[in-house]
Every structure is written in structure tokens, then in C-alpha cells.
Design a protein around this ligand. Structure first.
Ligand code: ADP
Length: 399
């Protein structure tokens, strides 16, 4: 059974073709620069490649190229789209409308599009891609949507409400939604399996650290709190995003710069974080390299990140009345031994001890890095959101 996983952005369509027989990736690629000019890069698992500048002005045109890349030419992996059993789509914002993955209908697409006010960059693009997919792929092929927010729908109101007037929650749905849910769900389950335990018996702090980062308290397999909020801007300092800021600083800075709300949003989402504080760049590798050379602002922003991670660990220990395991995932969490080491430093109160030499030697691999006498187990758990989307898709179409 072959499943196509699609992750659509406003100007890109990333995809993976997964054979569910052994959960292997047959091919993956990206249709980029939709509506600008257009570029497709496509790669098969056996190393064949197809890359071309092709003008696609819409998601539908990009989808047609994706189909061509999969079914024709030297890098084709299937003869026709009839070989595909289903398509699974990643959707950023499901708000409090979707608490789990669902089969796509016209109503579901309309609802996702309606939620665009809550995720302006993403949801409309998802709706475009869903409609494009429907118009290009045979109607007999079911589609499934998997939401970044769904896993966090188990948060209690005391965790998701803001101290704004209640009417704004009722009228505008302003609340914490949380993101990276697909990743947190995947890695917390994978960690429980690795520990030989039932996820229902574990209190886990899941640290997804990448360009965007979020930390989630997973109690008994359910998200009970998470660091991202109404949008993926809240929480720890990120590549170009601020993380948490005193709201008064936001209105003050907007006033000083004469920014409109959307300009201020751009400032906080694109110009801040590692980039804004260090002045070096948004990529953790560049920041770490500059920090090693003694760049003070690069050291500062690295310290800010690890200090914030530690504070989340502390607050989630309080939220869950204990922690059994902490996991690191995402580009930084899986690869940066420096960030993991610093985040676990001076955490003796919690009884957190990691094997520093082991931690330093591991990259992108499932591995326990805490010492046998550490009270809390610490693990690296590689994430795989596409695989979880494919698994959800398979489960829903099998029902
Ligand atoms: P996204 O949130 O866009 O999915 P990723 O999870 O891919 O991002 O994470 C990207 C981040 O991971 C970047 O900051 C990058 O520097 C960092 N990263 C990737 N590889 C390494 C590495 N080997 N060492 C340190 N950081 C790394």
C-alpha cells in the first residue's frame, strides 16, 4: 500500500511517497516557488534525481508536475497514480474544530480554509493544495488531513486560556492551540516503545527544537501543556521568532518603529530570535560556530535558549507532578550535542545526569543519553512527521 504525504506551504509543495509495507520512502521532493516562477526537485530512494525549472503559477499546476515526476521519466517510481492508496496532508491549524485526523470532504476543506484567520500563512495554502490534489488525483483515492494542533486539544482550559477578556475567546477563538503536535505525538510514542513502557504510564517533556521549537508536557500520552501558543511564535527563542515576550514590549516597540500590526508580526516572526539577538544568522549551526569563536551575542542567544528549555522542564515537572523522561528531537534536538548538554547542565535538583561523552557522539539517532543513576531518563528521539501522517492516513482509510 503506497501513500503520498503532502506538506503544502503558500509557495511550496513538499511530498514523500511512502510504501507502508515496510514504511520506506520511495521518493521525496519539493515543488518550490509556486506563483513566483517554479522549481521542482525530486529524488528516489535508489538515488535517481529529477530537477527542473518549470513555471507553475498555481498549486494545481505544481501538483500536476509532482504527478509527472512520480509517474514518468528516469526518476519515476510508479506507473500511474492508481497505485496510490491515499494521500495524507499536513495541516497547521485545526483550532478547536479538529481534535484528530479526518478523511477529507468538501466541508472539511472549507472549514480548514475558514480557519485561515488563525493561520494566515498556512491554512489557505493547505486548502489550495487539497483542492488541487482533488482535481489532479483520481476521485477514488481518499485524502486525509493531519493537524499540527490536534494532539494539543487535550490541554485543559487552565493551560490554554489567556488572561484576556473572555469575550475574545468566545468571539475570536483567541487561546493557546500549540503546534508540532504530529511530532510530539510521534516521538513520545517512540520513546515509550524504546523505554519498553506504555506511554500511558509516562510523564514526558518533549523538546522539539528546530527552526521553530516547542516543548510539550505529555502526561500519559496526552499533551497537557505546550510552549507554542495562539500561533507558533510563543515559547522558546527560535531561528527568526522571538518566543515569549512581554506583550507590553510588543506594543512599545511597534509604537517606537511606527509598525502596523502586520509589520510588527513580521518583525517578531522573521527578524527576531537567533537572527535578531545574535546578528549572525537564524541557523543554529552558524550561531554555535560564532559562539565558539567568542561572539558574545551568539553565546547570549544560545544561553537564552538553554535557560528557557530548563525553565520549561521545571514548570512541566510542576504541571505533571513529576517527569519520567525528557526527549530531544528536531534539527537542533537531534543534532546539537551542545544544546542538549547545556539544557541538562545544573539540573541536579531534578536528578538529571547525562553521559556527556555519549551525548557528544550521537547525532540523529534514537539513543538514551542519561546515565544509569539519572532520576529522569534523557533521550534523543528522531522525529518523522511524514511517517505519522502516513500511518494516520492508513488507519483512517482502513476503517
Ligand atoms: P524546521 O523547524 O524548519 O523543520 P529543523 O527541524 O530541520 O527545522 O531544524 C533546523 C535547525 O537544526 C537549524 O537551526 C540547524 O542549524 C539545526 N541543525 C541541523 N543540523 C545540525 C547540526 N548538525 N548541528 C547543530 N544544529 C543543527
Amino acid at each position: 500500500m503506497i501513500i503520498l504525504v503532502v506538506n503544502a506551504g503558500s509557495s511550496s509543495l513538499k511530498y514523500q511517497l511512502i510504501d507502508m509495507k515496510d514504511e520506506s520512502v520511495l521518493a521525496k521532493g519539493n515543488c518550490d516557488r509556486i506563483g513566483i516562477d517554479g522549481h521542482i526537485s525530486h529524488k528516489t530512494s535508489d538515488g535517481r534525481k529529477f530537477e527542473a525549472d518549470i513555471n507553475f503559477s498555481t498549486h494545481t499546476e505544481a501538483f500536476m508536475e509532482l504527478v509527472k515526476a512520480l509517474t514518468t521519466g528516469d526518476a519515476k517510481v510508479i506507473d500511474s497514480m492508481d497505485e496510490i492508496s491515499a494521500v495524507g496532508h499536513r495541516i497547521v491549524q485545526g483550532a478547536d474544530v479538529f481534535d484528530k485526523s479526518v478523511l477529507v470532504t468538501d466541508e472539511v476543506i472549507d472549514k480548514i480554509d475558514e480557519l485561515r484567520e488563525l493561520a494566515p500563512v498556512h491554512n489557505h495554502a493547505h486548502a489550495l493544495a487539497l483542492r488541487a490534489c482533488k482535481s489532479v488525483i483520481p476521485a477514488s483515492v481518499p485524502q486525509v488531513v493531519v493537524f499540527d494542533t490536534a494532539f494539543h486539544q487535550t490541554m485543559p482550559p487552565k493551560a490554554f486560556m489567556f488572561g484576556l477578556p473572555y469575550e475574545d475567546y468566545e468571539k475570536y477563538h483567541v487561546r493557546k492551540y500549540g503546534f508540532h503536535g504530529t511530532s510530539h505525538r510521534f516521538v513520545s510514542k517512540a520513546l515509550a516503545e524504546a523505554m519498553g513502557k506504555d506511554v500511558k504510564d509516562l510523564k514526558i517533556v518533549s523538546c522539539h527544537l528546530g527552526n521553530g521549537s516547542s516543548i510539550t508536557a505529555v502526561d500519559g500520552g496526552k499533551s497537557v501543556d505546550t510552549s507554542m501558543g495562539f500561533t507558533p511564535l510563543d515559547g522558546v527563542v527560535m531561528g527568526t521568532r522571538t518566543g515569549s515576550v512581554d506583550p507590553s514590549a510588543v506594543t512599545f516597540v511597534a509604537d517606537k518603529h511606527g509598525f502596523t500590526p502586520s509589520e510588527m508580526s513580521e518583525y517578531m516572526n522573521k527578524k527576531s530570535g537567533f537572527l535578531g539577538v545574535s546578528g549572525v544568522g537564524s541557523d543554529n549551526r552558524d550561531v554555535q560556530a560564532a559562539a565558539l569563536e567568542g561572539n558574545e551575542r551568539a553565546i547570549l542567544v544560545s544561553d537564552m535558549l538553554t535557560y528557557e528549555i530548563q525553565k520549561y522542564i521545571g514548570s512541566y515537572a510542576a504541571a505533571m507532578n513529576g517527569i519520567d523522561a525528557i526527549l530531544f528531537t528536531g534539527g537542533i534536538g537531534e543534532n546539537s550535542w551542545e544544546v542538549r548538554e547545556a539544557a541538562c547542565e545544573n539540573m541536579d535538583y531534578f536528578g538529571i545526569k547525562i553521559d556527556k561523552a555519549l551525548n557528544k557522539s550521537i547525532r540523529g539517532k534514537l539513543q538514551k543519553i542519561s546515565t544509569p543513576d539519572s532520576k529522569i531518563e534523557v533521550w534523543i528521539v528522531p522525529t518523522n512527521e511524514e511517517l505519522l501522517i502516513a500511518r494516520d492516513t492508513l488507519e483512517l482509510i482502513s476503517k
